[in-house]
Design a protein around this ligand. Structure first.
Ligand SMILES: *[C@@H]1O[C@H](CO)[C@@H](O)[C@H](O)[C@H]1NC(C)=O
Ligand SMILES: *[C@@H]1O[C@H](CO)[C@@H](O)[C@H](O)[C@H]1NC(C)=O
Length: 403
């Protein structure tokens, strides 16, 4: 988006709230990145720490994330919150890290906030003895491990200092619940609005014009170009959900380096540089947003050429958040219907403002941030049908309409 400065929530003199998000091989990237990004937007000082011997960690869906530091550098720090993302084997990597176990146990003993999502409550907190006498939720695939007296099926459960949640699809709710505990309800509500989260009870809206089929007779190849300033929530949501649906995703940096610095400080390593893709043909090209990144994507000559070919060959392309404006500037939207982040919608000639996802023929666009989940699932549904999208949504623990 339209980069929004972290809200100043506390008096200038108050120390910032410190949050630890540990990651390991196979950590669920949506959970880790949404937690870190949302808490940073609220003004927290978030440390993403690797429990591995290297800072670069390949997440569950293959996203390569670079941690800020090693867990060993955090052992004497006092955190206001320690929040464990899930995923497998990520949750087991966290469980096996003694330093993290000590930090989290001390957190619980000293009655500061701690939390876990997805597999992590059952796989890490349970064997550490940190779920005792606490109502707990977790991913449906792991809920059997929790004592049936304490297991609950709510999306997010607060029980004293402990907050637990169910999966990638409940990550926004989990993060907002933690923001509320650290910063209060007004801040949580404001951040929820900035994230374009759907108000509870409202069904997300998708509009389709000039309907055509997108199904292919082979594994779809998707290019996701990224740049410094890309919106990390959108990048990891697209990568994770498309790979869960068995799409072949290529993440390409338009920078000189494969590593980019995303808009809220997440470091992501692309699979390759954009110039190594110039001779490839992709079935889809999807641009994630981020104001600064949109400019940088727009300036890439190779991406411009790929997008132009995409359009003239009648192949699928799309964009989310601030990036539909890139397609507009490159003359690729023409008279098609599209949407974008509310702050850039007026840049589109024919912007649709009351749908989270808009499809017009082979063009797909979306508003941004929290709507990235619906955006990615809409792509899955167009490529493989509604049943595949529903089954991916089920794994995410994300409510997806029956039809
Ligand atoms: C791609 O760009 C990088 C950095 O600008 C350069 O080192 C490399 O040789 C280029 N590769 C190709 C295939 O053009
Ligand atoms: C982009 O981010 C990378 C990784 O943090 C950094 O090394 C590089 O200098 C940045 N590039 C520009 C042009 O700012």
């Amino acid at each position: 988006a339209p980069r929004i400065d972290p809200i100043t929530t506390t008096a200038a003199s108050a120390p910032p709230k410190k949050v630890l998000v540990p990651i390991g091989f196979g950590t669920e990237e949506m959970e880790a990145v949404i937690l870190a990004d949302v808490l940073r937007r609220a003004g927290a000082e978030v440390t993403v720490a690797s429990v591995e011997k290297q800072l670069e960690v390949e997440a569950y869906g293959g996203t390569r994330l670079v941690a800020d530091t090693f867990i060993s550098a955090c052992s004497t720090e006092i955190f206001d919150l320690v929040a464990l993302p899930g995923g497998m084997p990520g949750s087991a990597r966290l469980r096996d890290c003694e330093v993290l176990q000590k930090i989290t146990s001390r957190q619980a003993e000293e009655k500061r906030l701690y939390g876990a999502i997805c597999a992590a409550p059952a796989v890490a907190l349970l064997p550490w003895g940190l779920l005792k006498r606490k109502q707990t939720t977790c991913h449906p695939a792991f809920i059997d491990k929790i004592s049936s007296f304490r297991a609950v099926k709510t999306n997010t459960q607060v029980s004293g200092e402990l907050t637990t949640s169910r999966g990638p699809g409940t990550s926004f709710e989990f993060a907002i619940c933690l923001v509320e505990q650290l910063f209060g309800e007004p801040v949580a509500r404001e951040i929820g609005e900035l994230l374009l989260m759907n108000p509870a009870g409202d069904d997300p809206k998708r509009q389709e014009f000039n309907e055509v089929g997108w199904s292919l007779d082979r594994t779809p190849q998707v290019l996701i170009p990224i740049a410094n300033g890309s919106e990390e929530i959108e990048v990891v949501t697209l990568i994770d959900i498309l790979r869960r649906a068995k799409v072949n995703v290529v993440v390409a940096s338009v920078e000189k380096s494969a590593q980019v610095l995303a808009s809220s400080g997440t470091k992501i390593v692309a699979d390759k540089l954009i110039n190594a893709t110039s001779d490839s043909i992709f079935d889809l090209i999807i641009l994630p947003g981020g104001t600064a990144a949109a400019e940088r994507l727009h300036k890439s000559k190779i991406l411009k050429k790929l997008l132009k070919e995409q359009e003239s060959a009648g192949r699928i392309f799309g964009a989310i958040c601030s990036s539909p404006a890139v397609l507009q500037k490159q003359g690729l939207i023409k008279d098609k219907k599209a949407t974008a982040h509310p702050a850039v919608l007026d840049k589109l000639k024919d912007g649709v403002n009351d749908a989270q996802v808009v499809i017009d023929g082979k063009l797909i666009t979306s508003q941004g941030l929290a709507t990235a989940i619906q955006f990615a699932l809409a792509i899955v549904s167009k490529l493989f049908g509604h049943a595949r999208a529903r089954s991916v949504a089920e794994g995410l623990v994300y409510q997806y309409p029956r039809s």
